[in-house]
Design a protein around this ligand. Structure first.
Ligand code: ZN
Length: 145
């Protein structure tokens, strides 16, 4: 799948839209997840949100190390007031690296790819990646910070 860049017409619309919840993890969603996994693996990135491949659905993949985690309809229900500044890039904003302030820890409610409910407390690098990817579902990019 092609990754949509922010400085294109598609990027200006799709990357800026608020995405919608997935009501049914059907064949098309499973197929989308499969394709996104392969796109993420090829990209060398650490996360990918569905809008980045042209689909305005609430679906993110994160890959802090070798394993890919899938979160469907992720909602961050808690942001720690304690923050950290790190440099971030984005597959949709090539060649741009910005120092971004993010909460050190978060709570995340979501479903996994089998439809199980998750309620997780996450900190550190994984929390940062998830905050970045959930921003994509809200139409927000690193250049907005
Ligand atoms: Zn991004």
């Amino acid at each position: 799948m092609e990754i949509i860049k922010n400085d294109t017409d598609l990027g200006n619309t799709i990357l800026r839209k608020k995405s919608e919840d997935i009501l049914d993890i059907d064949k098309s969603i499973k197929n989308l997840i499969k394709k996104m996994k392969s796109t993420l693996n090829k990209s060398g990135g650490v996360g990918l949100a569905a809008p980045q491949v042209g689909i305005n659905k609430n679906l993110i993949l994160v890959k802090p190390e070798n394993k890919i985690y899938v979160f469907i309809n992720p909602v961050i229900t808690y942001f720690s007031s304690e923050k950290d500044v790190e440099e971030e890039g984005c597959l949709s904003v090539p060649h741009v690296f910005l120092k971004i302030d993010r909460s050190k820890s978060i709570s995340l409610q979501s479903k996994d790819e089998k439809g199980n409910d998750l309620d997780l407390n996450i900190e550190g690098y994984l929390a940062r990646i998830i905050q970045h990817e959930v921003d994509h579902l809200l139409g927000k990019l690193i250049v907005d910070y």
